[in-house]
Design a binder for this molecule. Structure first.
Ligand code: FAD
Length: 386
């Protein structure tokens, strides 16, 4: 095994670094879960796209640059190193995009991928319903066939970025007599269609990116069906694999947090509990371990492998690591951690509290960690089903 980068990879890294250094906004953008921030993030995405860096591993015809997954990891390392804005269209580019590549017709790919790459169209995902969270097979929202349309009725909830998105993808029950995983179909739904109502949900931090989405006989063309009718579960599981397994949380995100944590410890070494040194070290080592594991997964995928149930292991690892890193930062900061960054006594507390609040949701979104443990027990360890 040769763990060195090739000359071509080094030169790709240099190109990405130079572009980001010249273009990343000097001041952080407002959160993409606010109206102002969502517009600023769309402008940033348009710039990234014009620079040719919106989604490097995608084919050129769809707005990418035909890079391989190793180059994508390099891009991500540089992206976080540069402190570039978070990706507002992550539901689209990291989750639906790869699903469309696998299950979409040529017409669907040509219609949706380029505007996804440029974030001209921002996507929300619609799995959860008031009575279907962990138990996603309990989905009740129906999409009944009427000629060359589906007529949607019901409600989705917890759609991240739903308040500012243009489209929603998700699972709908197309066979009203079906049960559980059967009779579900994966649909692409324009959020401005008549009969669709998007209601923002106020978050703990006052932002309003989350949304519930109501369907009152909204009509969606059959051409917006991804994969065969009634077989949406299989398509959705591929999307979930991308979410848990590779794309949504690249290792660079956690390496960046680990490095900031080390810097925070160094700045506060005089006052911090010396026992925290070990906790910081452990976080850093685990972020490196996650990186190496991801490189291993990418090598496997490049040799034709598929992401399987081990995506669940991955999801537990990154979400718990993220939480541990933020908890450690709060312990280093002590009571100061509760101050807002702009408070006079804050002295550089940064965004650790904000990050901590978000990290608390990591074990919940993308399928709770309890459910991932069930998947590991049943599908990797072969234990009896619950
Ligand atoms: C930040 C964030 C972003 C999200 N974004 C989206 C989004 O964009 N689109 C979307 O559709 N949804 C989204 N969700 C919703 C998320 O997918 C659900 O919250 C999650 O699947 C859990 O469902 P629930 O909230 O209904 O909890 P429940 O399913 O009611 O679970 C409650 C508790 O019971 C446990 N539990 C349930 N069943 C079992 C079992 N069989 N074995 C062991 N324990 C079990 C769960 O682990 C959990 O701890 C988001 C959630 C968060 C927090």
């Amino acid at each position: 095994m040769d763990l060195r980068y090739t000359a071509a990879q080094d030169s790709f890294r240099a190109e990405v670094r130079a572009w980001l250094e010249a273009n990343v906004p000097a001041e952080p953008l407002a959160s993409f879960d606010t109206l102002e921030g969502s517009l600023a993030h769309r402008r940033w995405e348009a710039k990234l796209h014009a620079g040719g860096f919106a989604m490097v591993p995608w084919p050129v015809e769809y707005g990418g640059r035909g890079a391989d997954l190793l180059e994508w990891l390099i891009f991500e390392e540089e992206y976080y190193r540069a402190g570039a804005p978070r990706r507002i269209n992550q539901n689209g580019i990291f989750l639906l995009g790869p699903t469309l590549m696998e299950f979409g017709t040529p017409e669907q790919k040509a219609r949706f991928l380029p505007k996804m790459a440029s974030s001209e169209e921002v996507w929300a995902q619609g799995w959860s319903e008031p009575n279907a969270g962990s138990d996603m097979a309990a989905i009740q929202t129906t999409a009944l066939r009427d000629g060359d349309h589906f007529v949607l009725r019901g409600q989705k909830t917890w759609a991240s970025r739903g308040a500012f998105a243009d489209w929603l993808f998700g699972l709908f029950r197309t066979d009203p007599d079906s049960e559980r995983h059967k009779g579900l179909t994966f649909l692409l739904v324009p959020l401005d269609a008549p009969g669709v109502t998007v209601r923002p949900i106020a978050q703990l931090d006052g932002e309003t990116g989350f949304a519930e989405v109501f369907f009152d006989d909204a009509r969606v063309p059959v051409a917006n069906r991804l994969g065969p009718e009634g077989e949406g579960w299989k398509v959705a599981m591929a999307t979930a694999g991308f979410e848990r397994g590779l794309m949504l949380r690249s290792p660079a995100r956690f390496q960046d947090t680990a490095q900031r944590l080390v810097a925070l410890y160094r700045e506060n070494e005089a006052s911090a509990d010396p026992l925290l040194r070990e906790a910081v070290l452990r976080c850093w080592v685990e972020a490196e371990a996650y990186t190496l594991e991801t490189y291993r997964t990418v090598s496997r995928l490049l040799s034709g492998g598929k992401i399987g149930a081990e995506a669940s292991l991955n999801k537990i690892f990154w979400s718990e690591l993220d939480l541990r890193m933020h908890e450690t930062a709060l312990r280093i900061l002590g009571p100061r951690a509760e101050l807002l960054p702009e408070a006079p006594a804050a002295r550089g507390v940064g965004d650790w509290l904000d990050g901590y609040l978000f990290s608390l949701s990591g074990p919940i979104y993308a399928g709770t960690n309890e459910i991932q443990r069930n998947v590991i027990a049943e599908r990797i360890l072969g234990l009896p089903r619950e």
